[in-house]
Design a binder for this molecule. Sequence first.
Ligand code: ZN
Length: 105
Amino acid sequence: MRKVYTAESVVEIAHLRNVLESEGIACEVRNDRLGSVLGEIPFLECWPQLWVRRPGDALRARGLIDAALCPAAGAEAWQCPGCGEHLEAQFAQCWRCAAQQEPAP
Ligand SMILES: [Zn+2]
């Protein structure tokens, strides 16, 4: 199990879970009820969390989450500034050397 995302909104987490499951990534939501029990000011640790069952899915899951949250960003494939790897648009980070995608000029 690997945590891939934390959000204040249960709705957002549920949406991302649907996105990942539609891509065949097994995932699980934790803390999905605790926030409402604790009241209006949830602490970060109490926020709903999205976990993937297979650690190997975590990086791909992050890419899908990034794409789902800002579909307009990084619409084109890009080349890693760190190692020159060619990466698909849904990845905001290089899977090879973990460099971040540089902002568009
Ligand atoms: Zn790289």
